[in-house]
Ligand binder design. Structure first.
Ligand code: ADP
Ligand code: MG
Length: 702
């Protein structure tokens, strides 16, 4: 498809025209010949197999039946007029019904003749039935009915399209016509040695065979080739971006490790680093010495010790005369980072400050001055710290907590904060599957902390049905008696906000009856409260004045209360896996054994059950992320929504992980050997820019 032809507007294809073109654009986003060619079948109907009538079930897809016509009869009047026929094989009888074109069909049906029937079976009065089947006389000499098509493609269509005769069949005809006319012009776009090494089918034949395969093997080869191609050009684009950026932006060189780092490491760090923590520090160390800007994503579960790693990297920056900052998505989180870091480094060790929206003007001015003259070494805050009026003397490293809450825009803004852009370390506690990271953050380097510090007691997770509520109350009392605090969380889902609030209020009432004053005190926090009230309630809990915090998911990010050791999640079946895992991460922060209790109704959907069981079974965020992706598909994973990267036509990040890993490696090797794509065998990669990105919109990629 290097040819211009494939960018031709779809109305110019024979058999389309303006009206149908409009509908194709609106309904299927098909604008050009290429778009149509990439409207791949969503399934294939196996025309090599004949069903026995007795084996027909109500919810089978399209089936093919070989049966002898025994009768035909016109029935009903006017509106109810229909043609009903009976056909039988050696196992039973099937009824065939037509409501339209019945005169013509009636004429063509010959009782006694054996037919190949093809259609979606249904049941009526307990009898197998088929409405408007495709029907043709059986010819034993041509066992493959319908020409050579043994696997018949089925295409997604819509009601609207059907009105314009563009049902699956209609689309199939258009695609067949397109291929007949232009298949010759689909040129290869992968280097020959890549095709050989991975035993890939040619491009033109793959496009033909994915639509009209002769057999399953051929289909498999076509699919593999086209998936490979899609992933290949995606990775090529991402990795080339990375190369270009590396070439374009110089990076600050953190050449030495000095006073700050050493002092902290030898005299202040209260524990031994875990192996993954050490490994990540080394990676950052290497990155920041090369004179190239670092863009690194650090993934690790809540509590895995990302903050310490970030702090130590910052100390290295400071050792080299640079300033650093940490940016958090909320004030509460910024505040917590500030407290954590302050207590880790102690007083009078390094100049640090907190900058959020609620810092008073006067103090803010001082901070601004100290940033500009370089006295301030560590600034911690919300996005307030990248406002234009905040100027640094020499910003060397930026740490961003919680990747997906910061847009590309904001990251770009940071880069402009210094002549040489600062190194960027992005931390996220929402692990995403490796393949997703490779694609979504394909132009970042990824580090992983996949091990919790030693001695941490894993959170115990239990599943209770609503009927076991008394047991749950008993458990809460037992823990509170030990001096612990408890979260009770209700779901908050936009569409039913009112109902959710009611759930929370009812729940709170039940709680206050079960846990009465003066012995017990309860904090309540929900999204409809004024910020000041929310904060007040939160603070009471943080200070230990209340033992129970009833809340909607507003506590998902934020609060770190080490004394809280029980997380109760109401209607747990209504939460997604990653959300459940995030919520669970609110406990298990102290030395005590912590618990997470998932409350659900008796009835659970299949997916709901998998989610609950997964939570009970594992505490590992990466494992959970994998299962989440299997359940929901890559496009629904938190943080991926606006990403054009996942707009894949044929590859599937859930099932094609192995292929993606191979492709990524292939592209890495290719670029390592030939970064400019200058070698003769790579000239093929320069052709046709529209084609290369496979129709994806690259401007959406960070
Ligand atoms: P994260 O930011 O990944 O959620 P933190 O860096 O906040 O995790 O660490 C969680 C807690 O564990 C903190 O109290 C921290 O001091 C502690 N911690 C971090 N690393 C270690 C370690 N190697 N050994 C023991 N405790 C650690
Ligand atoms: Mg943290």
């Amino acid at each position: 498809m290097n040819s211009q032809h494939f960018q031709t507007p779809i109305e110019y294809l024979k058999g389309v025209g303006l009206t149908r073109a409009e509908v194709l654009k609106k309904e299927l986003n098909i604008h050009t010949f290429a778009d149509l060619l990439k409207h791949f079948p969503y399934k294939y109907i196996d025309r090599t197999r004949f069903y026995k009538i007795k084996d027909i079930q109500p919810d089978l897809p399209y089936v093919q039946v070989l049966a002898r016509l025994v009768s035909k009869e016109m029935m009903g009047e006017k509106h109810t007029k229909r043609l009903v026929a009976q056909a039988k094989d050696d196992t039973g009888i099937i009824e065939l019904v037509w409501f339209q074109g019945i005169k013509w069909v009636e004429k063509s049906l010959v009782p006694g003749q054996v037919y190949v029937l093809f259609g979606k079976p249904g049941f009526f009065n307990g009898k197998a039935q088929m409405a408007h089947p495709e029907i043709e006389p059986y010819n034993p000499k041509a066992p493959q009915q319908r020409g050579a098509l043994t696997l018949q493609p089925a295409y997604n269509s819509t009601e609207k399209l059907k009105q314009f005769s563009l049902d699956s069949k209609g689309l199939q005809k258009l695609i067949a016509a397109l291929l007949d006319q232009y298949a010759r012009e689909i040129h290869e776009n992968l280097p020959a040695y890549v095709l050989n090494r991975f035993k890939l089918a040619g491009r033109a034949e793959s496009y033909r065979n994915i639509h009209f395969p002769n057999d399953a093997a051929q289909l498999h080869e076509a699919v593999l080739r086209l998936k490979f191609e899609e992933l290949f050009f995606l990775q090529l684009k991402l990795l080339k971006n990375k190369l270009t950026r590396t070439a374009k932006f110089k990076g600050n060189v953190f050449g030495t490790v000095g006073h700050y780092f050493n002092e902290f490491y030898h005299h202040k760090l209260p524990f031994e680093l875990t192996d993954p923590q050490k490994k990540v520090l080394k990676e950052i160390r290497v990155d920041t010495q090369r004179g190239v800007q670092m863009n690194r994503l650090l993934q690790g579960d809540v509590g895995s010790g990302k903050t310490v790693v970030a702090l130590m990297s910052m100390l290295i920056a400071i050792d080299n005369g640079f300033q650093t900052c940490i940016m958090a998505p909320t004030e509460i989180l910024a505040n917590q980072h500030y407290q954590t870091i302050k207590s880790l480094v102690g007083d009078d060790f390094v100049e640090l400050a907190l900058l959020t929206g609620s810092v008073p003007q006067k103090k803010r001015r001082v901070i601004h001055e100290q940033l500009e003259d370089g006295t301030l070494k560590i600034l911690i805050g919300t996005h307030a710290l990248i406002e234009d009026k905040v100027q640094y003397k020499n910003l060397g490293l930026v740490v961003i907590d919680e990747q997906h809450r910061f847009g590309v825009e904001q990251r770009a803004k940071l880069w402009r904060k210094n002549i040489i852009p600062p190194h960027v370390l992005v931390m996220t506690a929402t692990p995403i599957p490796r393949t997703l990271a490779m694609t979504l953050y394909g132009d970042l380097d990824v580090s992983v902390i996949d091990q919790l510090p030693a001695g941490r007691k894993p959170i115990e997770t239990k599943h209770f049905y609503d009927a076991q509520r008394l047991r749950m109350f008993g458990f809460m009392k037992q823990e509170i008696a030990k001096g612990r605090q408890v979260y009770v969380v209700y779901p908050l889902i936009q569409e039913s906000e009112k109902l959710d609030l009611k759930n929370l209020i009812d729940g709170t009432e039940v709680m206050s009856r079960e846990f009465p004053l003066p012995q017990f005190r309860i904090s309540v926090v929900h999204g409809k409260m004024a910020a000041a009230d929310k904060d007040f309630e939160m603070q009471r809990f943080i200070k230990g004045e209340t033992q129970i915090m009833v809340a909607t998911t507003v506590i998902e990010v934020g609060v770190n209360v080490p004394n809280a050791s029980v997380m109760i999640i109401e209607n747990a079946e209504r939460f997604g896996l990653s959300q459940l895992h995030q919520l669970r991460g609110r406990v298990g922060r102290g030395a005590e054994q912590s618990y997470c209790i998932l409350m659900t109704g008796q009835k659970l959907s299949a997916d709901g059950r998998v989610r609950i069981n997964t939570m009970v079974k594992t505490n590992n965020g990466f494992e959970i992320a994998e299962i989440d992706m299997q359940l929901r598909g890559p496009g629904n994973i938190e943080g991926t929504q606006q990403s054009g990267v996942l707009d894949l036509k044929i590859a599937d990040l859930t099932t094609d992980q192995e292929l993606l890993t191979k492709v990524r490696k292939c592209v890495e090797d290719l670029l390592a050997a030939d970064p400019q794509l200058a070698l003769p065998e790579h000239q093929i990669l320069h052709q046709s820019p529209q084609e290369k990105n496979g129709g994806l919109s690259w401007d959406k990629i960070s």
